[in-house]
Design a protein around this ligand. Structure first.
Ligand code: SF4
Length: 536
């Protein structure tokens, strides 16, 4: 029996190119090799290394044309072209058919890309009519909606290893699909969702199998990149987050087991390790122990660590930050969400602003590159509280990562809205700016988003000066910086924001001057990553 596991292409304004290693599929492949060695498994990644092509904007996003009206090469650019990232659907289906699989698994991680997975499944069925299983975070949150697709035969929700292996056993045996945990299937035109059961214990799962890819297939700054997960899930329950729908219980691997994995991958040539945990440092003492063992085992400066999925600052302290710096962490991605404690409480987020400030101070002393994430447009936020957070972060030695809120299927907050439909899944992406409330409009969120770009632009100047001085007398040969300064001058004097297409300035009519004015009239100063200040 041959199983093909697929990472499908996606369509969007942008992609996060460095976070494509299909580690979930690699875990599945490794588990099948261990528990069902008679089955051949191959992973095909139809996203990475296939380039991109411009496609027309889907009709559901037509309302964005006014917000993203022209290509913009300025430092404050948002989006314009809509792309297909990855292989053409038909060509991918033909390639899959050439493999002669008996069964196919397709990964649907992000709700916004469920259509691409279903389109690929449809094309596959035309040339290779074998059963197709869908799994991944979106399927875990909305199993029935995916099972209802005519192109999908089975869905697996939650952790996938055990259900997939049990399903494959049933394929080889009596096809008693009702006995497979976490499985959705169809029978006599009816849909069935079996109860969930625990997966294999973490320590029984073999290391992800990346044998279908060369060392250089996934890189970070031209070095082989390896995604590593030390845990699954998160003990917290932030209402906007859907982590619980895939991993309801927080599970952690032993420090020794994690170290062993790093040693094996280091020997194979991997030099950059990205921890993709939802909550890497919850057991802070374990993380300290891991860092100490890494310091003993590996030569300094030979290995780099990242946590691109972010680190919960609640579970950091000064000692751990120092150890992380020593093992080769250079960057910290910290999710503040909001500096308004009442907003944090309403999201059931146990994090505090005081703790955030402590961590930023230590991170600054240790010379970490820090990016702090703010969510723009949480349903119970006001413009005033979003501005307060933005001002707070503008004054910290961090870059600001703005995340425009969307309803994540499977999150508690999504349950407060009427049941999500397929269009809502499609719109579950920041660039859609889909959520408006009586407290804020799409124009407000768009303007706040661009304001974060403006603040980040100003944070790159490593000088103590005033904004006025910077705009009037800063000299540089950097064309992009000059464009940014020119747009800022125009914004302040004309009260209008412009894009720059490379040939001309184009007014962005959806940008609200009042938002910029409110922000900059309260700001007083902006702190760069190195602690320099631009006074407003
Ligand atoms: S947002 Fe982060 S801290 Fe909150 S539940 Fe999700 S993973 Fe955990």
């Amino acid at each position: 029996m041959k199983l093909i596991l697929i990472q499908p292409p996606i369509q969007d304004f942008y992609e996060t190119k460095i976070r494509l290693q299909p580690i979930g599929l690699a875990y599945l492949k490794a588990a099948i090799k261990k528990f069902l060695p008679n089955i051949t498994v191959k992973i095909l990644d139809f996203h990475q290394n296939f380039g991109r092509k411009t496609i027309s904007l889907p009709s559901e996003l037509n309302y964005l044309r006014e917000f993203y009206p022209c290509p913009d090469i300025s430092p404050f650019c948002t989006f314009y072209h809509y792309y297909h990232f990855g292989a053409d659907f038909k060509q991918a289906a033909e390639k899959i058919a050439q493999e002669n699989p008996d069964i196919i698994g397709i990964s649907i991680l992000f709700s916004s890309y469920f259509r691409e997975a279903l389109t690929l499944a449809k094309e596959i069925k035309k040339v290779c009519p074998v059963p197709i299983i869908a799994g991944g975070s979106h399927v875990s949150a909305e199993p029935l909606s995916i099972l209802q697709s005519p192109w999908i035969d089975f869905v697996i929700y939650g952790e996938g290893e055990k259900p997939l292996i049990e399903l494959l056993k049933q394929f080889q045996g009596n096809k008693q699909f009702e006995q497979v945990p976490n499985l959705g299937f169809k029978k006599n035109n009816k849909f069935f969702l079996n109860p969930k059961k625990p997966n294999y214990p973490f320590e029984e799962l073999p290391l992800p199998d990346l044998s279908d890819f060369s060392l250089n297939n996934y890189q970070f700054q031209k070095k082989p990149l390896y995604f590593i997960t030390t845990s699954r899930g998160c003990p917290h329950q932030c209402t906007f987050c859907s982590a619980k729908s895939t991993f309801p219980i927080y599970k952690k691997r032993s420090v020794e087991n994690i170290l062993e994995e790093i040693k094996i991958r280091y020997k194979q040539g991997y030099r950059v390790f990205d921890f993709e945990d939802d909550n890497l440092t919850f057991f802070i003492d374990d993380m300290k122990k891991l860092c100490k063992l890494i310091i003993k085992e590996f030569p300094q400066n030979k290995i780099r660590f990242l946590a691109m999925n972010g680190i919960s600052y609640l579970h950091l302290d000064n000692d751990l930050l120092l150890l992380m710096k020593k093992i080769g962490f250079t960057d910290l991605n910290l999710s503040l969400v909001s500096s308004d404690e009442s907003v944090l409480r309403s999201c059931h987020r146990p994090h505090t602003v005081k703790k955030f400030t402590q961590i930023i101070q230590t991170g600054f002393k240790l010379k970490f590159n820090m990016t702090a994430y703010q969510i723009l447009g949480l349903p119970h936020e006001s413009i005033s509280s979003m501005l307060t957070t933005l001002i707070f972060l503008a004054r910290q030695p961090v870059l600001i990562g703005p995340s425009i809120f969307y309803l994540a299927p499977g999150s508690k907050i999504a349950c407060q809205f009427s049941p999500l439909k397929e269009k809502d899944f499609f719109l579950a992406r920041s660039s859609a700016m889909a959520i408006e409330t009586k407290h804020f409009s799409r124009e407000d969120i768009y303007s706040l988003f661009i304001c974060t770009r403006i603040i980040n632009f100003l944070k790159q100047f490593d000088i103590n000066t005033s904004l006025n001085n910077l705009l009037l007398s800063h000299k540089t040969s950097n064309k992009r910086i000059n464009i940014g300064l020119e747009i800022l001058r125009k914004l302040i004097y004309e009260k209008k924001l412009h894009a720059y297409t490379g040939k001309q300035f184009v007014e962005l009519k959806k940008f609200k001057w009042e938002i910029f004015y409110k922000l900059f009239s309260r700001l007083k100063f902006i702190t760069s990553k190195t602690g320099q200040k631009i006074f407003i």
